[in-house]
Design a protein. Structure first.
Length: 278
């Protein structure tokens, strides 16, 4: 029979720490520490269970946990659980160097941020939005799409965050590092990237509209560039081109305001000259 893991933190306090992380991860977001103050806030309900007779050591824990930290909220929750587990073991006498805890957090936040942003923001949110937007557009005054989206995205985020947080706390750093070393993370990231590109391609076709209005009129016929050329040879090439143009400007560090203004100017000029239509 496996020996039960000794703990200092009551389950109620651990749940409160997780709820703080899911609810307030960016309330004190800043360029110096990013989410560091939020991490220290996570330790607020549990720090009293560490080093009860040594307030100086408790201060050291809080100083260590308030350092620079930045990760995807839901996928990175396992790092917080893992950090709590290591601080708990250290408080119980395990020889865990303080810099080891900091280094583990630093080394894991980059890969998990990449996975989280790719899967959550690049796949889950666009797919869910596309489905719920179609539900909303299916009937006049239909608000169920927005309600379903709000419920599913909030519930999904909390479930995923809780599972990752508790996984990190129970499994510790060894399981997460093993997960990285086996290459599972790279395979997952690659698959999510491909899936994300497919989703974005589908969204471009359905929601980006760019129609050429140029026509060549002769005595016998009318040649419409959109219907007779683009739709036949390269369907939806103009929406794709517009999207890639915006993406290129973002890569060149154009602000969203400048891009919106540029789109408005191009739309006005294109509409007045007949190059673009709707």
């Amino acid at each position: 029979m496996a020996e039960e893991k000794k703990t200092l933190i009551p389950r109620k306090a651990l749940l409160r720490s997780w709820l703080i992380w899911e609810s307030f991860p960016q309330t004190c977001y800043n360029y110096e520490r990013m989410m560091g103050q939020a991490v220290a806030h996570v330790f607020a309900p549990i720090i009293k269970y560490f080093h009860k007779d040594n307030p100086e050591k408790r201060k050291e824990v809080m100083k260590r946990e308030i350092e620079f930290f930045n990760v995807h909220i839901e996928f990175g929750a396992c790092i917080l659980g893992m950090a709590i587990a290591m601080e708990e073991q250290k408080a119980m006498g395990e020889e865990i160097p303080p810099e080891f805890i900091t280094n583990i957090k630093t080394s894991l936040m980059g890969p998990l941020a990449g996975v989280g942003d790719t899967i959550w923001q690049g796949v889950v949110i666009p797919i869910l939005l596309a489905i719920c937007i179609d539900i909303t557009r299916s009937g006049q005054g239909n608000i169920w799409g927005s309600i379903i989206y709000a419920i599913l995205i909030v519930a999904g985020a909390h479930v995923l965050s809780y599972m990752n947080f508790m996984f990190g706390y129970r499994a510790g750093s060894d399981a997460i590092i093993d997960f990285l070393e086996k290459g599972t993370l790279k395979k997952l990231l690659k698959g999510a990237s491909v899936m994300g590109c497919m989703v974005m391609g589908g969204l471009i076709v359905n929601y980006v509209k760019c129609i050429c209005g140029i026509e060549v009129v002769s005595s016998t016929s009318v040649f419409n560039f959109q219907k007779n050329f683009f739709d036949v040879v390269m369907p939806n090439i103009l929406p794709l081109g517009a999207t890639m143009g915006v993406y290129t400007l973002l890569k060149k560090r154009w602000s969203s305001i400048k891009i919106i203004i540029l789109i408005i100017v191009i739309g006005i000029i294109g509409g007045l000259t007949g190059i673009l239509t709707f």
